[in-house]
Ligand binder design. Structure first.
Ligand SMILES: CC(C)(COP(=O)(O)OP(=O)(O)OC[C@H]1O[C@@H](n2cnc3c(N)ncnc32)[C@H](O)[C@@H]1OP(=O)(O)O)[C@@H](O)C(=O)NCCC(=O)NCCSC(=O)c1cc(O)c2ccccc2c1O
Length: 283
């Protein structure tokens, strides 16, 4: 496969991430890299706000069809919340400030990844641990390097993610195994992760990006709207009413392009009664 050229994109002044888009012949991919290798790519609120901003760019950019989420370097995808800025009320944007009020910025980000109408691929080298493990869970696909290690640490550090960290993990590996993750806080290697259905494939570390880009290229050759509906179809099951809402509104997008929907709009604007008589009552 020919090499990929990555060009900085988005707002450009990110501190904690890199946001890049791919050039020809692999155009159509946006790559978000958590760039805090000194703490195994742990995220602080700033990191999550920047990922969110980059995802919004990827969403609005019609030349982008697929997003890769990854971590800088071979040692970690992400080690979860930066414990140095964890306060008594959540994670802090201004940790030095005595009255700082924390929150969980990751809650909205997890939902944003699931809602993004383009596939998001986790490209995992090294550790995907704690909240970093949940980040790969919410991605649509996971391509793992052979040095990848997966696990939850919550009960070790006085935390847990009972949201997607429990439900999506249970869906992927089954309830007993998911509880094992959380109750024992063990780590699992890439082959174990593949065997339990946690990742899509495992490749040698030096082929990780090449393989991930190949998967992205395959998706980029497919119908973008069909991919969007595939993603929202899974959300409809997983996310309850909000998942159904997403799938339903995606079908509205299609319906708006029809003459039947346009007749309703045009009649309203012309202040006349709509005439739907020429449209079939489908059996
Ligand atoms: C990831 C590791 C297994 C890697 O081990 P390794 O031996 O390779 O490296 P070191 O341990 O020496 O780490 C190098 C360096 O990085 C620092 N570091 C690593 N991870 C973090 C971190 N998460 N926060 C801060 N700093 C980190 C480490 O201290 C070293 O620094 P030096 O200065 O000593 O060089 C191992 O590092 C590890 O186990 N890390 C901790 C993993 C962890 O427990 N993460 C937090 C889990 S809780 C969480 O993520 C979480 C986040 C949320 O936003 C939530 C929201 C809502 C509900 C729940 C949430 C939640 O649980």
């Amino acid at each position: 496969m020919s090499a990929v050229t990555w060009t900085p994109a988005g707002d450009g002044d990110y501190q904690d991430i890199r946001y890049e888009t791919s050039g020809e012949p692999h155009a159509g991919i946006a790559k978000i890299t958590i760039n805090r290798p000194e703490v195994r790519n742990a995220f602080r609120p700033q990191t999550l706000m920047e990922i969110s901003n980059a995802l919004e760019h990827a969403r609005e950019d019609t030349s982008v069809g697929v997003v890769i989420l990854t971590g800088e370097g071979p040692l970690a995808f992400c080690s979860g919340g930066d414990q140095r800025v964890r306060g008594d009320t959540g994670y802090l944007t201004e940790p030095g400030k005595p009255a700082a009020i924390g929150r969980f910025h990751v809650t909205d980000l997890q939902i944003q990844i699931k809602r993004l109408p383009k596939p998001v691929v986790a490209m995992v080298a090294g550790y995907a641990i704690g909240g970093g493990h949940v980040l790969h869970l919410v991605c649509d696909l996971t391509i793992a390097a052979d040095n990848a290690r997966f696990g939850q640490t919550g009960p070790k550090v006085g935390s847990w993610d009972g949201g997607f960290g429990a439900s999506l993990l249970r869906d992927l590996v089954g309830p007993k195994k998911a509880k094992e993750f959380w109750l024992l806080c063990r780590q699992y290697d890439a082959q174990q992760a593949l065997d339990m259905g946690l990742v899509n494939t495992v490749v040698p570390l030096d082929r990780l990006e090449e393989e991930t880009v190949q998967w992205c290229d395959e998706m980029l050759a497919l119908s973008p709207f069909a991919l969007r509906l595939v993603k929202s179809s899974f959300n409809a099951h997983e996310d309850g009413y909000s998942g159904i809402q997403q799938l339903a509104h995606d079908t509205n997008l299609l319906f708006y392009a029809s003459e039947e929907a346009q007749e309703g709009r045009e009649a309203y604007k012309a202040k006349r009664a709509p005439d739907f008589s020429r449209f079939p009552r489908r059996p």
